[in-house]
Design a protein around this ligand. Sequence first.
Ligand SMILES: C[S@@+](CC[C@H](N)C(=O)[O-])C[C@H]1O[C@@H](n2cnc3c(N)ncnc32)[C@H](O)[C@@H]1O
Length: 212
Amino acid sequence: MKRYTAGARLYDVLSGERLVYRAGRVAGIAALRLGRGDIVLDLGCGTGLNLPLLLDRVGADGHVIGVDRSPSMLAVARDRVRSNGWSNVSLLEADVLSLDPAQITSITLREGGRPKVDAAFSTYAMSVFDDWMPAWTLIRDVVRPGGRAGIVDMALPTGAAAVFAPLARLACAAGGADLAARPWRALEREAADAEHTVHRGGHIHVVTGTLP
Ligand SMILES: C[S@@+](CC[C@H](N)C(=O)[O-])C[C@H]1O[C@@H](n2cnc3c(N)ncnc32)[C@H](O)[C@@H]1O
């Protein structure tokens, strides 16, 4: 928690976004195949780097719900929402691991008149959660049947890119990510149509699929 308090204002610059991590969020959001008017949940939304890309897909009639437990990261996300004049974003300060799905339902009912979200997405966050399984259970609880899920997360680079493994270890240690977590496994198990692509030498994994 502390690292995301002290580093929140510098996160977008120091996290390697441009060089490395933007590629994963762009690929993940494209593969999520969102529609206009969709409601999307972003778990561990951080400073809101996914927001412009998600809003671009769901349009003015859609809605994005970002959840993060760090007030400092959310403060940056709120600035982003304010400065862009977005009125279709809800930001919720909460621990994903103990979040009551009813809190998400109350937002979806208010913003879209329906009880479930159309898609859930998480980038570089589930490997940071102390345990990603409760986050997966939350996704299963709040996404409508036939809705979409996308998990973008990290592992050690492989093949020729394995030379960058020490750098990846360093970056993930700084962010508190567990490179062995592989949180996309649950989605691969449960979505019959799961698609899995790897980027940046195997460091970034993008898994998307339709939930039963
Ligand atoms: C590496 S950052 C990723 C942020 C953002 N998803 C992105 O792609 O830039 C991990 C985020 O997960 C959040 N986080 C970690 N544990 C959490 C939890 N249990 N509940 C909610 N958010 C959590 C942190 O506060 C941080 O903002």
